[in-house]
Design a protein around this ligand. Structure first.
Ligand code: PRE
Length: 298
């Protein structure tokens, strides 16, 4: 039986490319076949996994230029039964796609806020007067570009190919070394691996509350690879903390740190331990043929 993998759509998004990469890796490693299902937002992608509509979901979590994808962090906290199975890091090269006969004719640029931010310097230099229009996904506006020749969109070269649209400039990201880390999540217990992710809220907004919790890791010589905060959305100045650890949750030091953390946090969510999928030319760059067997839930 095929597994269903949810991702942000419409077709051609970077999240879809990550889902295809994972799906191909899964088939190579285990023989398991999967079918991709696109959803209109990252929150709806994770909701589909949380309510059992999809077996797995692939969502962006962090970009090397712009940092955290806050929508993913908020949804991970909200649907507390989700477990991370795998992380994968994809190179991101943005293209300006448009049917305009000249760059100077573009009046509006559509894209996901993460992509607009990753190209802000290029836009300021070449299209300083263009209106920036945020969309749910890089590919959301592509189907309208033929009708509006004063519009452009920032998406991947693969998206331009899929929609048969011209590329006016590429790459346009402000720094060439641009990567996004994606997470593969499901309701199953996580598979174990080199990295562990967790998040917590603190019982009181008092001096040293976070320092005390970080000391739990430092005193055990545990290396944290990332720490991020998000508002609790209960009151101004109250935060949740997301932490990535470079170790497996079954390591004795991590087990004892988590046990101590439980005593001092208000809510503690463990998203599990997982490996980081090495990307090579064999499991990167899904082809057009690969996206034939897809369902859309938009
Ligand atoms: O809109 C898309 O194509 C996405 O897959 C989303 C997303 C993101 O949210 O970070 C993924 C990778 C890029 O960094 C830009 C956009």
């Amino acid at each position: 039986m095929s597994l269903s993998i949810a991702h942000l759509g419409p077709t051609g998004t970077y999240a879809e490319a990550a889902a295809l990469t994972y799906s191909q890796w899964l088939t190579q490693e285990t023989g398991q076949q999967s079918i991709l299902c696109s959803y209109p937002s990252i929150a709806q992608t994770l909701e589909a996994v949380a309510n059992g509509q999809a077996s797995l979901g692939v969502v962006p979590i962090e970009n090397s230029l712009e940092g955290s994808v806050t929508m993913t962090m908020d949804a991970l906290w909200r649907f507390d039964n989700l477990q991370i199975q795998q992380a994968l890091i994809l190179p991101i090269a943005h293209a300006l796609i448009s049917c305009a006969s000249d760059l100077a004719l573009i009046r509006a640029i559509y894209s996901h806020p993460q992509a607009l931010a990753q190209c802000q310097g290029w836009i300021d230099k070449f299209l300083p007067l263009a209106q920036l229009v945020p969309t749910n996904a890089t590919t959301e506006a592509l189907q309208h570009l033929e009708q509006d020749r004063t519009a452009g969109a920032i998406a991947s070269q693969r998206a331009a190919q899929l929609y048969n649209l011209p590329i006016l400039a590429c790459p346009i990201n402000d720094y060439p070394d641009n990567h996004t880390r994606f997470l593969v999540v499901s309701l199953n217990p996580s598979s174990g691996g080199s990295h562990t992710s967790l998040a917590f809220s603190v019982p009181a907004n008092i001096p040293g509350a976070l320092a005390k919790l970080l000391q739990i890791f430092a005193s055990r010589n545990i290396n944290l690879s990332r720490i991020e905060s998000r508002p609790t959305k209960r009151s101004l100045g109250e935060y949740l903390f997301f932490i990535d650890i470079e170790a497996n949750a079954n390591d004795p030091a991590i087990k004892s740190a988590i046990a101590e953390l439980k005593l001092h946090t208000e809510t503690l969510k463990i998203f599990g331990s997982y490996p980081v999928l090495p990307i090579n030319s064999k499991n990167q760059n899904p082809t057009e043929k690969d996206i034939l067997a897809q369902e859309t839930f938009e």
